[in-house]
Ligand binder design. Structure first.
Ligand SMILES: *Cc1c(COP(=O)(O)O)cnc(C)c1O
Length: 444
């Protein structure tokens, strides 16, 4: 074997193939057809440095999907590593059911003035889907606790994605091959998604017509991520928020993807002048370090659950790892770093740069690029394959991975989710490599 870039032959004898075999023998990967797992050339990460992942053969990949939208400031950030280490010297985890933990209290205190939720209380969980599930149950019981009958339904949007629990997929718009679960889904009122310019008008009419039946409206402010980065304008979201307020319907903002700076503000709700009754956070909460999510409730919602000890007004729901101390410690340090490093300013600058570069990129490839959609650094580049079944999204991302930029598509939408701390050179590289990959696969 000679020096230089790995050839196909070298690849066959690489550590990569042995790890993929071991992987496929015992690990079942989510959203992945395991019969094609090896063939699709998965990256097997061994370590990371800053904005790059390093695989078992020592190859490096720029993390241009923020490890599926969770990582914010990169990997092995010394300050975040230190926060975990310091908390390890105190305690890793204790229960939040009926008891407290200093690290969790300090995190909630730090978050309270930053969330767009009035006088908030935080109910912690481990995954975004669990935070959504908690919000659904809180909204339902909120009305029951006050003796209001009939407010038992939810309004959700076309294209919605709120996680993979049965509650989450009921709110969700289906697709992704999840239609098999239709018999398990409970029905919701469905307004159109952000791909329909009239979505907010329809949502407002539905809220007006069905207010007495609605427990809550659930939406992803500004960007419907998993739908394929469908975007809307802040005014439309605000109008739907106003309709909720007017008709006394609770508003749940699912900021699991949009939260913690992705769209240029700490929360997308801020741009939409939204004050949700319940907000779901997850993904970037710990900077992508540890699984932590939370349902944030206003004082009004929280107070509806107060009553005598052991009474039925209590919210009988809680997860074993709720408020995990290691996660809380790193989440609190992460929030400080967002300020100390003025990360949101970088997001806005890099987003503007990305917008300009993608305009040029798409202009030069108008035949194969259908649309570029973006809010802040959350970006979808929709390809326009001439016929079905070409798997352009998959192939373009694979071509980018071969060039050392990690991408993963949603169908034929190539998702770009650069780290919040991306440098100008990294943004340039992502668009350059995307261009090369599109040209290779789509023959432009
Ligand atoms: C990712 C996501 C979820 C689910 O979060 P998990 O941590 O994957 O369970 C929920 N809502 C939105 C908007 C998401 O993007």
């Amino acid at each position: 074997m000679t020096d230089g870039p790995a050839t196909d032959e070298a690849h066959l004898t690489s550590a990569h193939d042995r790890w993929v075999d071991r992987d496929a023998a015992v690990v079942w990967h989510g959203f992945t057809q395991m019969s094609c797992y090896a063939e699709n050339q998965p990256v097997i990460v061994e370590s990371a440095e800053g904005h790059e992942l390093i695989d078992v053969d020592g190859r490096r990949y720029l993390d241009a999907i923020s490890s599926l939208w969770v990582t914010t400031l990169g990997h092995r950030v010394p300050e975040l590593d230190q926060a975990v280490r310091e908390q390890l010297d105190r305690v890793a985890h204790t229960t939040l059911l009926g008891n407290g933990n200093r690290a969790t209290i300090e995190l909630a205190e730090a978050l309270a003035p930053r969330v767009p939720v009035s006088e908030p209380h935080f109910l912690f969980a481990s995954d975004g889907a669990a935070a959504v599930e908690q919000a659904l149950k809180i909204a339902f019981q909120y009305w029951a606790n006050q003796g209001v009958a009939g407010r038992t339904r939810y309004l959700a949007l076309g294209g919605a994605y709120h996680g993979d629990t049965v509650g989450g997929i009921s709110l969700g718009a289906g697709g992704f091959g999840t239609d098999v679960f239709d018999p398990l889904r409970f029905g919701v009122l469905r307004a159109p998604g952000y791909d329909d310019p009239g979505w907010a008008d329809t949502a407002v009419s539905l809220i007006t017509a069905h207010a007495d039946e609605l427990a809550a409206v659930v939406l992803e402010p500004l960007v419907q991520g998993a739908a394929g980065m469908w975007v809307t304008d802040p005014d439309s979201v605000e109008r739907v928020g106003d309709a909720c307020r007017e008709h006394g319907v609770l508003l749940v903002a699912d900021e699991v993807a949009t939260g913690f700076g992705r769209t240029g503000t700490l929360f997308a709700s801020e741009q939409c002048r939204l004050r949700p009754d319940l907000m779901c956070i997850g993904k970037g909460l710990t900077g992508g370090y540890l699984p932590m999510a939370a349902t944030v409730a206003t004082r009004r919602v929280y107070r509806a659950f107060l009553g005598p000890d052991l009474s039925e007004k209590t919210f009988y729901h809680g997860h074993s790892f709720s408020g995990n101390a290691l996660a809380a410690a790193v989440a609190r340090r992460h929030l400080q770093l967002l300020d100390e490093w003025d990360v949101l300013a970088n997001v806005r600058e890099r987003a503007a740069q990305l917008g300009l570069l993608l305009e040029k990129f798409a202009g030069e490839r108008s035949g194969v690029v259908a649309e570029v959609r973006r809010r802040g650094l959350m970006t979808g580049v929709e390809l326009a394959p001439p016929s079905d079944g070409l798997r352009w999204g998959r192939l373009v991302c694979a071509a980018a991975v071969r060039r050392g930029v990690l991408l993963r598509p949603l169908g034929d939408v190539v998702v770009l989710m650069p780290l919040l701390s991306s440098t100008p050179a990294e943004i340039e590289r992502i668009v350059e490599v995307l261009g090369e990959a599109v040209d290779e696969v789509c023959g432009t």
